[in-house]
Write a protein that binds this ligand. Structure first.
Ligand SMILES: Nc1ncnc2c1ncn2[C@@H]1O[C@H](COP(=O)(O)OP(=O)(O)OP(=O)(O)O)[C@@H](O)[C@H]1O
Ligand SMILES: [Mg+2]
Length: 247
């Protein structure tokens, strides 16, 4: 699905140039759930932006779903992005004076995405992330975890093959972070390819593979033998909360 060869990304020029990615090789198969970890500044977001066709590498080859996208013009790049990629960011980025339902439906109102049943699809996606009772709430009327679930529903509206999530739980408490992770685990079970950046190693252990970046290159790339189960951990948290309440 994602095939990168010798990807270099350089920002700036001359003395102040920064090489954010240094000849990085990475292949991710269809249906994988991969966590990307590593210290601040190691190149995680740079990698995600290139993987998601938001940015181009300085050099190297990138095949996305078999198509060479490393040298596409902006317009072509956005076509590929809209068709294949769903994004989730740390800061949700919902439209403020717009309801949950409208936020999810919005992309279908543009011609390049137009789908007839956008409204119904948006409703269904919000129900799937547990927000069937919050369709007409504004972002300010939702908790951070709920806003992130709206953002996940929105990322799925064009039915992308890949979800790229850059620190999706970075602004959330433990329980909301687990809820978001449980949704990614479910999407993965349904066959979607998921790539999630996180600095939380406990959350990374819910993925099936952990890629560690260091200074713009891959320092390790390991399968997770027994991925943790976010749904089960949420049930445990709920039990503990009940015990505390009844004590
Ligand atoms: N637009 C830019 N212009 C110049 N340098 C940049 C730009 N974006 C990133 N960099 C540099 O590239 C390197 C990698 O940045 P990147 O944002 O990919 O790191 P990261 O791993 O996502 O870090 P964090 O965990 O803090 O989000 C850093 O040294 C950063 O300063
Ligand atoms: Mg980052």
């Amino acid at each position: 699905m994602i095939q990168m060869r010798s990807i270099v990304k350089r920002y700036g020029e001359g003395d102040t140039a920064v090489e954010a990615l240094r000849a990085l090789d990475l292949a991710i198969e269809e249906g994988e759930f991969v966590a990307i970890v590593g210290p601040s500044g190691c190149g995680k977001s740079t990698l995600m932006n290139i993987a998601g066709c938001l940015d181009q590498p300085t050099s190297g080859e990138y095949l996305l779903d078999g198509e060479d996208v490393s040298a596409l013009e902006d317009e072509e790049l956005s076509r590929v992005r809209n068709a294949k990629i769903g994004f989730v960011f740390q800061s949700f980025i919902l439209l403020p004076r717009t309801t949950a339902l409208e936020n999810v439906e919005m992309p279908t109102m543009y011609a390049h995405h137009a789908v007839d049943d956008g409204h119904e699809r948006a409703k269904k996606l919000l129900e799937d992330v547990g927000l069937g009772q919050r369709l007409h709430h504004l972002p300010t009327e939702l908790s951070g975890g709920q806003q992130q679930r709206v953002a996940i529903a929105r990322s799925l509206i064009a039915d992308p093959a890949i979800i790229l999530a850059d620190e999706p739980t970075g602004a959330l408490d433990k329980r909301s972070g687990l809820e978001v992770t449980a949704i990614f685990q479910r999407l993965h079970e349904q066959g979607r390819t998921i790539v999630m950046v996180t600095h939380d190693l406990e959350l990374a252990a819910h993925a099936h593979r952990i890629v560690t970046l260091e200074d713009g290159a891959i320092a390790s790339d390991e399968p997770v033998e027994e991925p943790r189960d976010a749904e089960a951990e949420l049930a445990e948290l709920a039990e503990t909360a009940e015990e505390v309440a009844s004590a």
